[in-house]
Design a protein around this ligand. Structure first.
Ligand SMILES: Nc1ncnc2c1ncn2[C@@H]1O[C@H](COP(=O)(O)OP(=O)(O)OP(=O)(O)O)[C@@H](O)[C@H]1O
Ligand SMILES: [Mg+2]
Length: 510
């Protein structure tokens, strides 16, 4: 049977200062299978992938590729041996074309590059695997989903037989994710091996043949997907049952007591196209207002306008009846608007700064964090210790730079800061994206607790289950406008789906 094994990793140990990220991991993936890698935030999934692709040297353990012992000293080494990785954060050059990006970093440096040949070969690969993208387009013109296809094409172009995808669907719409799954199945049908990392258990059930679960840097076990269930997977991951019941509210929402009102907001996107078109909405005290929509229909711009990061071209917004000056982050913060942005590492946090400094990034001017402009390190430290414990942030200590944390733990730092700022309004874009099932449960409870305390919450998400289970009512955005305002009773997958696709059901003011 060993001829059937593509990758075998034995006793992998990888330590970082203060953390054992991989603590004797056993992992084996077969030829022609989609093998899912599952585990809580910080369990060691990305680290294991980085060991396999030669980015990290393991402290102990061995790797076999098709029965042969291998050691890699760089990702290029691994790629030459047929192992390629698609990272969650893309590494493409925006001003180059798709074809140029694909050959960038080739051994000959692309010096003897014949563009027509490359384009033809890329077109052939696109067609074969359903990875639709124009090889002549420039990367900055592409959607996130298309950029991901370029990353996949890039490793296929180099002949990768084993592809590792680290949370590939976190940035995709549900429709794009379905297309990706078809591609993955086509690749394994040809004898490739896919290692698929995801926190979405229903995706793992739908696309994988087998699943390996990591916990605390160790392998919990490997099971066949058929015959398992999302429930069993969740239990293996967190070591207990996870139930997503509707969280009970203690205090009802007061929709008529407006905390946030927007009037005719208009704004442009980064390419100067109209992204928000006459958006008027209100959020009441303690009300959770969901915002549904296919990504790219103005949701991000709405959140950025409210967070003070984007200028408006018309309209206004008000917190507690007072108009907030648009386009100034500090004004939005002072008005009591907390903002959990979509792109956490770039806009939400200062990646190279410590956990403790990031936790006070917005309050460093206030007592007790600073007293007469002098930072109080003791208060900063003790604030961080409380937050790390409350939000179960896995970090060696509070001085560790945020960029060294696992993806999910970065997210927890941001949520902790925004929730604890004592906001009047919380604008949250996909707050549970990238979190493991246990952490999702915690964040949902925090959202509801904030609403119980009277905070008005604008919850932007593409996850309809999440919107329907948390919201008091749901707005739908399409092409920069609000095209629907549904009560939880009216909101079904079907009614929301229709509106999200642009079906008109009369005019609406939200
Ligand atoms: N370069 C690094 N330096 C220091 N610590 C690191 C580094 N990379 C990862 N770690 C730590 O190793 C542990 C495992 O992290 P890893 O990124 O592998 O987790 P993960 O399973 O991918 O989690 P997530 O689901 O949140 O992405 C974490 O505690 C993380 O903080
Ligand atoms: Mg990770």
């Amino acid at each position: 049977m060993s001829g059937n094994i593509a990758v075998k990793m034995s006793g992998i140990v990888k330590k970082f200062p203060g953390v054992v990220a991989n603590d004797g991991v056993e992992f084996e993936a077969k030829v022609g299978e989609v093998h899912a890698l599952l585990g809580e935030n910080g369990a060691g999934k990305s680290t294991l992938s980085n060991v396999l692709t030669g980015l990290y040297r393991p402290d102990e353990g061995s790797i076999e590729l098709h029965g042969e012992h291998v050691t890699f000293s760089s990702p290029r080494d691994a790629l030459n041996a047929g192992i390629g990785m698609v990272h969650q954060h893309f590494r493409l050059v925006p001003s180059f074309t798709v074809a140029e990006n694909i050959v960038l970093g080739e051994d000959d440096g692309g010096v003897f590059l014949n563009t027509a040949d490359v384009v033809a070969r890329v077109e052939e690969l696109s067609l074969r695997y359903g990875l639709a993208v124009d090889p002549r387009a420039r990367v900055w013109q592409l959607s996130v989903g298309e950029q991901q296809r370029v990353e996949i094409l890039k490793v296929l172009y180099r002949g990768a037989k084993v592809l590792i995808l680290d949370e590939p669907t976190a940035v995709l719409t549900p429709q794009e994710a379905d297309v990706l799954f078809t591609t993955l199945r086509a690749m394994v049908a040809e004898g490739r091996t896919i290692i698929f990392i995801s926190h979405k258990l229903d995706e793992v059930m739908a696309v994988s043949d087998r699943v390996t679960v990591l916990r605390g840097g160790k392998t919990v076990g490997t099971i066949d997907t058929a015959g398992s269930s999302t429930r069993e997977l969740a239990r293996l991951m967190v070591g207990r049952d996870v139930v997503f019941d509707r969280v009970q509210r203690k205090n009802p929402a007061k929709p008529e007591q407006h905390v946030l009102v927007t009037v005719g907001l208009c704004a442009n996107d980064d390419r100067d196209n109209k992204a928000l078109n006459d958006v008027s909405l209100s959020v009441g005290a303690g009300e959770i207002v969901g915002v549904a929509g296919v990504s790219g229909n103005g949701q991000r711009e709405l959140a950025e306008v409210l967070g003070g990061m984007r200028a408006t071209s018309a309209g206004s917004f008000h917190v507690g009846g007072v108009e907030v000056t648009a386009g100034r982050v500090r004004r939005s913060i002072a008005a009591g608007i907390a903002h959990v942005p979509e792109d956490r590492l770039h806009t939400g946090l200062a990646a190279s700064h410590s956990v403790e400094d990031n936790l006070v990034l917005k309050s460093y001017r206030n007592n007790p964090i600073s007293i007469r402009s002098i930072l109080n390190r003791k208060a900063i430290r003790s604030n961080a210790e409380t937050m790390v414990q409350r939000y179960d942030v896995k970090t060696p200590d509070t001085e560790t730079p945020v960029r060294l944390l696992s993806g999910g733990n970065v997210q927890k730092v941001l949520l902790a800061r925004e929730f604890s700022a004592g906001p009047k309004v919380l604008v949250a874009a996909s707050p549970t994206r990238g979190l493991d099932v246990g952490a999702i449960e915690t964040v949902r409870e925090r959202l509801v607790a904030a609403a119980d305390d009277g905070v008005g919450i604008l919850l932007i998400s593409e996850d309809l289950e999440e919107l329907m289970s948390l919201s008091d009512r749901i707005l739908v955005m399409y092409e920069g406008r609000i095209v629907g305002n549904l009560s939880t009773q009216e909101a079904t997958r079907e009614s929301l789906g229709l509106l999200m696709g642009g079906a008109t059901v009369g005019g609406h003011t939200a």
